[in-house]
Design a protein around this ligand. Structure first.
Ligand SMILES: C[S@@+](CC[C@H](N)C(=O)[O-])C[C@H]1O[C@@H](n2cnc3c(N)ncnc32)[C@H](O)[C@@H]1O
Length: 225
């Protein structure tokens, strides 16, 4: 199975993978690291930092290569902001594929990156003063988590690949998982996705997307007065 995960060098020099199950890439082919930084770190975490959050609960849909997770861990340490990072993954990437990824050439932190993959599932691990981490082995559809989150990194494969993960039911579930003032970000700017977010109760903004994408989405759970 692992030999079927094809490695691809994206536009910024960082690897992405092509999924043997879904026949699509894990990240933008224009730049994997660039996309993660713009969509999740900048539009999500920097947005909350600007609102003076010091202790941020993050939920990531789709652990995948672990790229978003390691970038978030690095960001937390650089900003002295504590993250409690939960992620769910239904189809873990085999370790032999993870070892081939070239992220350490660009962002360093290879041991931390590998450690994220070796950690046991479904247990909260304190990895540093600024980073608690828990990865759940299961599906987004089934997962029920106790804490409420401040940021959701909605990083499923796109709606044309996994339409069932972009519907109104899932967006309502994401809304319920967030604290008031919480934010969901996604690389996707599809009209139906934004309509489902609005129907679920979110205030939706179209932001400039990463290279190769005109727009992306940020949705905020506005506090009800
Ligand atoms: C676009 S990739 C995520 C990339 C990842 N965030 C990263 O930084 O590498 C989507 C991920 O969602 C996972 N996935 C697909 N369907 C899922 C489901 N129903 N529940 C949980 N994870 C799922 C895939 O296996 C894949 O790892």
């Amino acid at each position: 199975m692992s030999e079927n995960h094809e490695l691809f060098i994206s536009g910024d020099g960082s690897h992405t993978l092509i999924s043997p199950i879904f026949q699509t890439s894990y990240h933008s082919l224009h730049g994997a690291i660039q996309e993660s930084e713009i969509v999740f770190i900048n539009a999500g975490l920097e947005y909350l930092k600007a609102k003076s959050h010091q202790n941020i609960f993050v939920f990531e849909m789709g652990f995948g290569t672990g790229l978003n997770a390691i970038l978030a861990k690095i960001w937390a340490a650089q900003n002295n902001i504590k993250l409690c990072y939960h992620t769910v993954e239904a189809y873990p990437v085999p370790m032999e594929v993870i070892y081939k990824l070239n992220y350490h050439n660009i962002i360093g932190n290879q041991q931390d990156f590998i450690d994220l993959h070796h950690l046991s599932w479904s247990r909260l691990h304190t990895l540093s003063e600024y980073f608690d981490f828990c990865k759940w082995d299961g599906t987004l559809e089934e997962i029920e988590l106790e804490p409420k989150f401040d940021a959701i990194f909605f990083d499923a494969f796109g709606p044309s690949t996994q339409p069932d993960l972009w519907n109104i039911g899932i967006m309502s579930k994401m809304y319920d998982m967030l604290n008031d003032g919480g934010v969901l970000t996604s690389f996707c700017a599809q009209g139906a996705f934004k309509r489902h977010l609005k129907s679920a109760g979110f205030m939706v903004d179209a932001l400039p997307g990463p290279p190769g994408k005109r727009e992306m989405t940020r949705a905020v759970k506005v506090k009800m007065i």
